[in-house]
Design a protein around this ligand. Sequence first.
Ligand SMILES: *[C@@H]1O[C@H](CO)[C@@H](O)[C@H](O)[C@H]1NC(C)=O
Ligand SMILES: *[C@@H]1O[C@H](CO)[C@@H](O)[C@H](O)[C@H]1NC(C)=O
Ligand SMILES: *[C@@H]1O[C@H](CO)[C@@H](O)[C@H](O)[C@H]1NC(C)=O
Ligand SMILES: *[C@@H]1O[C@H](CO)[C@@H](O)[C@H](O)[C@H]1NC(C)=O
Ligand SMILES: *[C@@H]1O[C@H](CO)[C@@H](O)[C@H](O)[C@H]1NC(C)=O
Ligand SMILES: *[C@@H]1O[C@H](CO)[C@@H](O)[C@H](O)[C@H]1NC(C)=O
Ligand SMILES: *[C@@H]1O[C@H](CO)[C@@H](O)[C@H](O)[C@H]1NC(C)=O
Length: 429
Amino acid sequence: MNYLLFFGLVFLVATNANAGNLQNDVAAGSNIHTFLQLIWDLLKILAHTIHIDEDAGLNITQFLEKYNYSLEQHQVTTEDNYILSLHRIPHGRNNTGTKNKPVVLLVHCLACSSMDWIWPGPNKALALLLADLGYDVWLANNRGNSYSMGHKTLIPKNASYWDFSFYEKGYYDIPASIDHILNVTGVEKITYIGHSQGATTGIVLTTTRPEYNDKINLMTLLSPVAYLGNATSPMAKILSKYQSLLDLALPFLGIHGIAYTPTIGVLGSLLCNQQSSLQPLCIVFIDLFAGFDADQVDKEKLPVFLSNTPNGVSIKDIKHYVQEMDSGHFRRFDYGKVANIVHYGQLTPPAFNVSKITAPLAVYYAKNDFMVSLNDVTRFVNELSTFPKVLHQVEYDFFNHLDFITAKDVKSLLYDSLIETIQKYAPVN
Ligand SMILES: *[C@@H]1O[C@H](CO)[C@@H](O)[C@H](O)[C@H]1NC(C)=O
Ligand SMILES: *[C@@H]1O[C@H](CO)[C@@H](O)[C@H](O)[C@H]1NC(C)=O
Ligand SMILES: *[C@@H]1O[C@H](CO)[C@@H](O)[C@H](O)[C@H]1NC(C)=O
Ligand SMILES: *[C@@H]1O[C@H](CO)[C@@H](O)[C@H](O)[C@H]1NC(C)=O
Ligand SMILES: *[C@@H]1O[C@H](CO)[C@@H](O)[C@H](O)[C@H]1NC(C)=O
Ligand SMILES: *[C@@H]1O[C@H](CO)[C@@H](O)[C@H](O)[C@H]1NC(C)=O
Ligand SMILES: *[C@@H]1O[C@H](CO)[C@@H](O)[C@H](O)[C@H]1NC(C)=O
């Protein structure tokens, strides 16, 4: 009976998701939202029988309230008119105020949000560990995710809203966020921590606006996505092989980006919870991107992760990464020879010159990372002008691309050592 109800709901949600394209869902707004809210409430009732973790479906406000952390929300407008939400956890459970605290900025991955630094909960999530230790913790939300959908003139229904990749996030979103933080806190430098695309945006920032190197006392890159020519991810290879889908089919269908909707979160937590017979498939699907590491999946918490992630993503952003994998270059978006001349005044896109990074660097990478291979890390490090302060391979052989934020034992495998480094460069008084 539960299964009947369960699949009935899945069917309802799925048909609803297909009824219009996802961008329209968000734009169409309130009635669809009410409908989803209804389903979500039903699920909560059902949760007693199918045991979906209670944290699934909580947004950042609700989540932090539940665990007794406070949240400040800040709004930042970029030079090119995107309106972003910056989230701040000013103090932990045992400390108060923000006076004289070192400031850290955590920057999320592709199709992620500030929640990805929080959902594992107290004593485990990096943002909460740092807040409890006495850091003033800021969480970026780059353009296009569920907390940063705003724009002065465009809405996500407009194709041009989605005309961005990681370059614009690194060149516009991050500096706007950093300047706001410096202004509010009065500190001179922040500690930057980026995972995956959050690492890319840090590199883009410090290479294209080198003056920002002086505003960072330590740039920590978790899985440094720069060069991707040796990436082994089968899923990424499939994307690369069927690029025409990204080039032709999706634009033809009017899909330039996929906004986050509660539908995605509900589907994820429904299909991939511990009681679902589909959970193993979900894990294989994720691992085809990230690397196989079933042992480090927290099967109970998986629905919590999937209720926030994947978050909003632009097709151009995905295409830009596919170009990196195909070309082996780390450079601006490739529009094709003729259009490149229009955009850049040259036939090929300008490369990001990683030797322009002068901020102290800490680089963490892993052996089983299907996106960032050891060869590509080596290439990145060799091109730096100074050797990183820390170059650390996670000691667990199966650690994969997502384990940096999701691994069951991420605290002992990574964060303990990471925090030790941060305390060296940005000590708590
Ligand atoms: C989270 O949801 C609550 C209840 O719907 C809402 O009041 C709050 O503004 C949301 N928080 C964010 C950051 O969107
Ligand atoms: C939050 O704080 C309240 C009041 O101090 C306490 O009763 C509650 O147990 C705390 N909740 C958590 C999850 O720690
Ligand atoms: C808060 O302080 C108490 C007493 O020193 C300690 O037992 C507890 O572990 C601390 N909690 C956190 C989250 O740091
Ligand atoms: C964006 O979409 C709105 C609503 O469909 C439309 O009125 C507006 O002209 C569009 N703007 C651009 C720049 O395409
Ligand atoms: C800094 O804050 C002040 C006061 O709120 C504001 O007037 C100013 O525009 C801000 N500067 C930047 C660079 O954000
Ligand atoms: C793979 O890595 C090696 C060693 O860093 C590098 O020389 C080579 O260019 C990379 N291959 C591709 C296709 O990018
Ligand atoms: C990269 O930057 C370094 C340091 O600023 C500079 O010496 C070098 O010429 C640059 N390389 C290219 C190809 O522009």
